[in-house]
Write a protein that binds this ligand. Structure first.
Ligand SMILES: CC(C)(COP(=O)(O)OP(=O)(O)OC[C@H]1O[C@@H](n2cnc3c(N)ncnc32)[C@H](O)[C@@H]1OP(=O)(O)O)[C@@H](O)C(=O)NCCC(=O)NCCS
Length: 184
């Protein structure tokens, strides 16, 4: 097992080829909702998205190699702006070695402390036990099952809908109650 340090940093457009390589593995893209035959060009376009829109795409790097990728994608509709969708993938050879944990910690810290995200949502195939265990460890709860949700290798497969609510939602940063508006 490789125990070198894992660094997590924001993805850049010139990482597109590494991400395409990661997403070319059926063990990886098959467990996501990605398609076969992805290209570096399509990832380059996605990575060029305006960071001001709040999308965060991070990479896990170990010994100079990209070994994982994860993203948090805020919802655009006004009344859903406290919500974001999460996606994560780790290279097959690096799975089970803490890379997913490092990526999840980064995304949860970003959501909780900086991005005003109160609810993180995801779907996960019901037989993806490693991913489900990882999400539960970060406070995600199962909210239901979508049946025959997506075609995976020729079979319609079920997914769990999971979500994590902010464990300690931000409060106003001054003493309460407000002296100008006493409650009694
Ligand atoms: C799911 C995924 C992101 C997890 O990343 P990872 O780097 O392998 O995860 P970690 O090593 O940080 O942690 C995995 C945890 O699952 C546990 N685990 C491993 N295999 C397991 C299994 N078959 N069943 C249950 N738990 C399992 C590990 O013990 C570990 O928990 P621990 O740290 O408490 O021991 C990664 O395996 C992956 O990318 N898989 C393919 C793509 C995918 O499925 N993405 C998620 C789509 S929703």
């Amino acid at each position: 097992m490789n125990v070198s340090a894992i660094a997590v940093r924001r993805a850049r457009p010139d990482d597109a080829a590494d991400i395409a390589r990661l997403m070319a593995d059926p063990e990886v893209f098959g467990n996501l909702l990605q398609l076969p035959m992805t290209t570096a060009e399509s990832w380059q376009q996605r990575l060029a998205q305006d960071p001001a829109a709040g999308h965060l795409h991070v990479l896990a790097v170990r010994d100079g190699q990209v070994v994982g990728s994860a993203g948090l994608h805020p919802q655009e509709r006004l009344r859903r702006r406290h919500c974001a969708m999460l996606g994560i993938s780790v290279a097959r050879a690096a799975q089970g070695q803490g890379v997913g944990t490092a990526l999840m910690q980064t995304l949860c810290d970003y959501a909780d402390d900086w991005a005003q995200i109160l609810r993180i949502e995801l779907t996960v195939f019901t037989d993806n036990h490693r991913a489900i265990a990882l999400y539960q460890r970060f406070g995600f709860r199962t909210e239901g099952t979508h049946r025959a949700y997506a075609l995976r290798q020729g079979v319609y497969a079920d997914v769990l809908a999971m979500a994590r609510l902010h464990p300690c939602p931000p409060t106003l940063g001054w003493p309460q109650p407000d002296a100008d508006h006493p409650s009694a």
